[in-house]
Design a protein around this ligand. Structure first.
Ligand SMILES: [Zn+2]
Ligand SMILES: [Zn+2]
Length: 101
């Protein structure tokens, strides 16, 4: 990460930038610097630097992804339960009740 000399934070013009946002490329000061640890299968854990607005966006998106994953999981579980009930109820294990004339 290389920051030009005397670079200023885009949010605080009086503060020296220490980092660059990975998403939008904005130069940010130490106070604005937001880091987020991302777990990757291939590379292991890596830390990304974001400016506050981008951090919010990333956070929101990952939360939405979590909700989507949860919904998918619930739907799959319900479907499996439904399939289980349908299969077991269709099995001819229970003898049919004889009809009373
Ligand atoms: Zn940014
Ligand atoms: Zn700042």
């Amino acid at each position: 990460m290389t920051v030009p000399q005397q670079a200023r934070c885009v949010f605080h013009p009086n503060r020296v930038a220490v980092a660059k946002c990975e998403k939008c490329g904005n130069l940010i000061c130490l106070e604005c610097k937001m880091t987020r640890r991302v777990r990757r299968v291939d590379e292991g854990d890596s830390v990304y630097t974001f400016c506050p607005p981008c951090y919010q966006t990333v956070q929101k998106r990952s939360r939405r992804m979590g909700i989507i994953a949860l919904v998918v999981f619930v739907v799959v579980v319900i479907f499996m339960i439904y399939m289980f009930i349908t299969l077991t109820s269709n099995m001819p294990t229970m003898p049919e009740m004889p009809e009373i004339p």
